[in-house]
Design a protein around this ligand. Sequence first.
Ligand SMILES: Cc1ncc(COP(=O)(O)O)c(C=O)c1O
Length: 381
Amino acid sequence: MVSRRVGSVSESATLHITEIANKLRLSGVDIINFSLGEPDFNTPSHICKAAKNALDAGETHYTPAAGIPELRKVIAEKLVSENHIQIEPSDVVVTPGAKQAIFETLFTVLDSGDEAILFDPAWVSYDACVRLAGARSAWLPTNASDGFIPENINEYVSPKTKLIIVNTPCNPTGAVYDRRVLSEIAEIAVDHDLLVLSDEIYEKIIYNKKHESLASFPGMKERTITINGFSKAYAMTGWRLGYLAAPPELVKQILKVHSHSVSSATSFAQRAGIIALTADQECVSDMTAEFKIRRDLLIKGLNKIGLKTSTPDGAFYAFASVSEYGSGDEIAELLLTQAHVAVAPGSAFGSRKDYIRISYATSQERIKEALLRMEKALLSS
Ligand SMILES: Cc1ncc(COP(=O)(O)O)c(C=O)c1O
């Protein structure tokens, strides 16, 4: 009944854990959910107001497939001024979430037999989208000892390689790639005539480091699809609003997938997106400052209870080694059933089976409580 493409993909492991956690919660268990990539803050009120105004003004219809012109213009201006990518509004496609932008891109550029280079560990949906496009991932392992930075990328390029997937700041490790790494990726992409999907959704959630966009490197604008969105920086996960910027010929092709599948992103969410990008950005820095306090609290606590974790430079995840206690799958189950703390096993993100990913998009009080529960469960295991 099912195509080989869809049959080869498993359900999202992080959503699966959340489902179990939600069931336990419904039965009255006090679950601390560290498993989902979702800021716990509410969307700032000025952004909500923009959507309400749009609804009141009757903006309840289809929009142009690529997005309302005002939003595409604002996104292009942001990419030019902040990210130094010299693009036009016509190079932007507004999507229902960054995830849809990633899906549409991979579906557009990959054929069966093609390979996409993926740095292991990687966010759960890249490999799934590569498979749904009928292609396969070539996994390049990264190590905690190198800060999960990819090395020797050249060795993973084959005649089948079509694209490299880059995600900085990285989910699940929090690694931020500096100019040296990005220059190396750019050089390889240019030398081998490869495309690059650069997922920059965590660009604003970064601590004492500078985010740089691959498309701003020499020779890269012509071969990079830059992905970004509103979910993380503006706490807008439920709005489903993201975007991509790509070379004009690719935009034309991606728009075929986009218009035949989703038609467009939601009209009033797009209006809210304009305000999110153009209003004062204090809400973003406030949220990031709070994430930093939580990060420091969590990393200190994890290392204290024997879960070796290096300090991530971005995003809101800690990737902790649980090898002292068991496999990531075992420890995720133990923590859920004994400590009522939901985390994602490392196996969800590639081959790092002795790790767990902890999302610290949770209040400081809950982090403290979770650490106490985790310590108790691990010591009695
Ligand atoms: C690395 C990465 N890219 C993309 C997304 C998707 O974000 P959106 O909510 O905009 O679809 C996520 C969400 O968890 C993510 O972690």
